[in-house]
Design a protein. Structure first.
Length: 145
């Protein structure tokens, strides 16, 4: 028949302002009943129990519209711009890692290894003169899964 598929699958959306205001009121009342603690996830669960299906994005937009901020909203960490960092220490080696005297320059490296079903931190001290390991420290730690 050469109809567009959307013609016979079209459903009228409920976009009247009265219905939107009822949804806004429901979100606000749930937020205030929670003593301003609930975020979008918990509000969505409670609305679903009331047979109101909304996405978390829509709930978030309603909360922003009415300036509703949860007590548990955490401030996100803002990364600093590393190009503007001024270092406190001078670069004494200047990428030249040879032609030093014995024990004149000592560097360290820290890593962790898995041995006998346990995680260990290992720190090595290396002399740059002959690349000899002159010290180490081994510490057991519980690593998160």
């Amino acid at each position: 028949m050469k109809f567009a598929r959307t013609t016979y699958y079209y459903q009228l959306k409920a976009n009247n302002p009265k219905n939107n205001q009822n949804i806004d009121d429901a979100v606000i009342s749930i937020f205030l009943k929670s003593r301003k603690n609930y975020g979008t996830h918990k509000i969505k669960v409670i609305l679903a129990q009331q047979n109101i299906m909304l996405s978390r994005v829509k709930i978030s937009n309603i909360m922003k519209k009415y300036n509703l901020i949860s007590n548990y909203t955490k401030i996100k960490y803002k990364h600093s711009n590393t190009t503007d960092v001024t270092y406190k220490y001078n670069n004494l080696l200047n990428q030249v890692f040879d032609s030093y005297k014995l024990h004149e320059v000592v560097v360290s490296d820290l890593t962790y290894v898995f041995v006998s079903n346990k995680w260990y931190y290992v720190c090595f001290l290396v002399d740059l003169f002959n690349r000899e390991i002159i010290g180490y420290m081994l510490v057991y730690t519980k690593m998160p899964n």
